[in-house]
Write a protein that binds this ligand. Structure first.
Ligand SMILES: Nc1ncnc2c1ncn2[C@@H]1O[C@H](COP(=O)(O)OP(=O)(O)OP(=O)(O)O)[C@@H](O)[C@H]1O
Ligand SMILES: [Mg+2]
Length: 454
């Protein structure tokens, strides 16, 4: 068990002194430190002053009740674990508590052994509370080792920060970035760290949605509602209800479908095909696009009103070439993963080979790097990867600075290409790039802006 997940300091919030004191005695008997408050407001005030590993929170209290306090705790102290206690259990409140991020739910009167069991469950679940992403030194963990968003560059750390902020809210998120930069991974991370994590994450590739079947796909249909409707079918929206809906490649939606989706999002309810009953829609929408939607709007191919609905929080994933300092980490991550899969020792990479990998422009981004590593592992039976083991189009450094291999071009174009090359060599670090170029950082900044290299 990690040190972090150990429960040491507990805050007990209950309006009944008997309950408060009973719980405190029990926990202190187990060597924990406790403090108590008689209502939500007082509890929150204590939390402002000192950290707690766990809050035991009564639901029915005068003044600020437990549900309101739970919401406040989640937004002000997202990592803190909360167990709700109540004398009046209903399924609705139990569901509501879990949705709001409570870790457990105890019904009064409970025995000491119930409380102990609940604490034990929490501790063994580990330090990670829903709503608080776990950041490792190498990236952001989604769910188990295989789902790690790797990165330690400035761009990626900033991205993890935004994911952590946006996940617990219900805001729509629009993720943009070139192909293979990890948009789907980020969408899954947002879901995993949201209050909806125990519900479904439903991903749909918008280019696969055909107009004729759209309604039945998204909303479902009842048996016999149209020719071919042999069985009652649940729609994707229904599957995702209370969970997260991921519209992938959103720019591929036709204008007609955009109008229909906009209506559903606005009305927050829908009907199955062939059914008059309205179903409430409670989904969090995340979408992704590798095209610039502003351009699509300008071209009349994307509705501006839908765009604003979908992009309350925009997240932009940087291309791999602008964060070459993440490449060594990614390489070792994929090497380990694929070696384990085929049961062989993880090979090392020479500094020369790594440098070549860092200089290559990776038009297919992380996906291309992932496939490249997989291919090398399958084809090359070596425990030391050298430049000659790399695919030739990478080791020939094509797509890199290639002054003399192309037709002659202007000095300005040369400057642009050279600055891009140096930036990449400097791992995106402008100060270092400016040093190499022998110009000051401000001048470099202006040139980056001029050539759109930022
Ligand atoms: N930062 C990262 N760390 C680890 N793996 C990553 C990272 N970014 C992307 N990947 C891996 O690269 C592959 C592509 O990622 P993903 O499918 O999320 O990209 P995408 O942006 O949705 O691409 P596309 O636009 O082509 O759909 C996946 O196998 C994913 O696991
Ligand atoms: Mg994708």
């Amino acid at each position: 068990m990690s040190e972090k997940s150990k429960i040491r300091r507990v805050l007990v919030v209950d309006d009944e002194a008997v309950v408060r004191n009973g719980i405190r005695r029990a926990l202190e008997g187990q060597g924990m430190e406790t403090l108590a408050a008689a209502d939500g407001e007082a509890g929150l005030a204590l939390m402002e002053q000192q950290p707690f590993d766990l809050v035991l929170l009564d639901i029915r209290m005068p003044d600020m009740d437990g549900m309101t306090a739970l919401r406040e705790i989640q937004s002000r102290h997202p990592g803190t674990r909360v167990i709700m206690i109540t004398g009046y259990p209903t399924i609705d409140t139990a569901v509501e508590c879990t949705k709001l991020g409570a870790q457990d739910y105890l019904v009064k009167p409970f025995r000491l052994s119930d409380l102990e069991a609940s604490l034990h469950k929490l501790e063994s679940r580990g330090a990670q509370a829903p709503g608080g992403p776990e950041e490792t030194e190498r990236g952001l963990r989604i769910d188990g080792e295989k789902d790690l968003i790797i990165g330690e560059s400035r761009e990626m750390t900033a991205l993890f920060d935004r994911i952590r902020k946006v996940a617990p809210t219900d805001s729509t998120v629009l993720i943009t970035g070139e192909s293979g930069t990890g948009k789907e991974l980020v969408a899954r991370a947002i879901h995993a760290y949201s209050r909806r994590s125990s519900r479904e994450f439903v991903a749909v590739d918008c280019s696969s949605l055909v107009e004729t079947l759209l309604e039945s796909e998204l909303f479902g249909h009842v048996k016999g509602s149209f020719t071919g409707a042999l069985e009652t079918k649940h729609g994707l929206f229904e599957l995702a209800n209370q969970g997260t809906f991921f519209f992938d490649e959103i720019s591929n939606l036709s204008l007609k479908i955009q109008a229909k989706i906009l209506r559903v999002i606005q009305e927050r309810e829908f009907m199955k095909v062939g059914d008059q009953r309205k179903v409430q829609l409670d989904i969090r929408i995340i979408s992704a696009s590798n095209r610039d939607l502003h351009e699509s709007i300008e071209a009349g191919a994307f509705r501006e009103d839908l765009f604003y609905r979908l992009s309350v929080v925009p997240l932009r994933l940087p291309p791999l070439r602008s964060r070459a300092d993440d490449i060594p980490l990614l390489v070792s991550h994929f090497l380990t993963r694929f070696s384990n899969r085929i049961n062989r020792d993880v090979p090392e990479v020479t500094p020369e080979a790594l440098e070549i990998l860092q200089e290559y422009a990776w038009p297919g981004n992380v996906r291309e790097l992932e496939h490249t590593i997989e291919r090398i592992l399958i084809l090359e039976d070596t425990d030391l990867i050298r430049p000659r083991h790399l695919p030739s189009f990478i080791s020939q450094r094509q797509g890199d600075f290639q002054m003399f291999s192309e037709d002659p071009f202007s000095l300005e174009e040369l400057e642009k290409q050279y600055i891009r090359f140096v930036l990449r060599r400097a791992g995106g670090k402008r100060t270092r790039a400016a040093e190499i170029l022998g110009i000051n950082r401000k001048t470099l900044g202006l040139k980056i802006k001029k050539y759109g290299l930022g």
